[in-house]
Write a protein that binds this ligand. Sequence first.
Ligand SMILES: *Cc1c(COP(=O)(O)O)cnc(C)c1O
Length: 374
Amino acid sequence: MRKIQMVDLKGQYEGIKEQVNTSIQEVLDNTAYINGPQVKAFQAELEEYLEVKHVIPCANGTDALQIAMMGLGLKPGDEVITADFTFAATVEVIALLGLTPVLVDVNPDDFNINVDAVERAITPKTKAIVPVHLFGQCANMDAIMQLAEKHNLYVIEDNAQAIGATYTSKNGTSKKAGTIGHVASTSFFPSKNLGCYGDGGAIFTNDDELAHIIRGIVNHGMYKRYHHDVVGVNSRLDSIQAGVLRAKLPNLDKYNAARQLTASKYDKAFEAIDAIVTPVRSGDHVFHQYTLKVKGVDRDALVEHLNGNGIPCGVYYPIPLHSQKAYVDDRYNEEDFVVTNQLVKEVISLPMHTELDDEQIKFITGKVIEFVTK
Ligand SMILES: *Cc1c(COP(=O)(O)O)cnc(C)c1O
């Protein structure tokens, strides 16, 4: 059996080696390392894939979130509501910009932001909601957009984990994740569903004016060379990374389908195991992570058991954001985070990537079941 990896970037590269190498060679040949033709071409190709008017590439997914918030003109004192159960980048940029993070609980089934909790957290100072499409499936965007409209709030989708997922509204219309709110951010960190070979990110929006503002912000606040109209940042996707992404984008749907197939095999293997709750699919799920909840099981001992058998796994996330030293605040009450406080003890993410074979899946599920039923 091949060695099991959490993410197999080498195996994936083998399948697209020629395209990637050609793409990178093109950059080396034309030496347009910054803002070269590969960046412009990738931007256009991603706009077409997502059916969104504007993609603005930038240096990473954290910058993308920050720049989106800067573009919306959010000011110190403005409150921004986001999920307690996510990667810290989301709350980090809110805090960095001097905005007030307002963390709320998530749903126990799909791990996404709880819309009732969002509604309860809205105050006259609230300016934006940041739903994170966690682990590869969209938050309840119908309800979030409705709430945002009612209270005149911006919606910034953190789409770092769900690129390529399709969200279908109750009215039957379908859109790609990250094209539903006012603006969205994504990350091309190597292990993401569409990852490059270094850092990268992008902002998406259908709003022409906001796109224009953001294009200036990513480039030192310049709208005309050496005229700095606003305080900006320097955040660029480099041409070599754009080259890699151009080679991978045509495979994104195939890659996501491979993840979904693996998820179905995992689901099936765990079907009859009472101690395991497999991930709920509230819609299209592109499985950035395949995350189980284990009941009545020592989760940390399970992690050790798997690691001891050569199976990498992850705990995303072990500590609620409201309990992180950097973000503790008197405003928070533990009773408001019942779900997150429970999830951090129960979740475990199994290896998930595009190259897992049946022998590996069988070995992984066998070792999980062996432990939880003993
Ligand atoms: C990965 C990730 C980010 C940050 O992306 P980087 O490119 O690493 O800066 C932000 N939010 C979520 C939910 C992520 O998973």
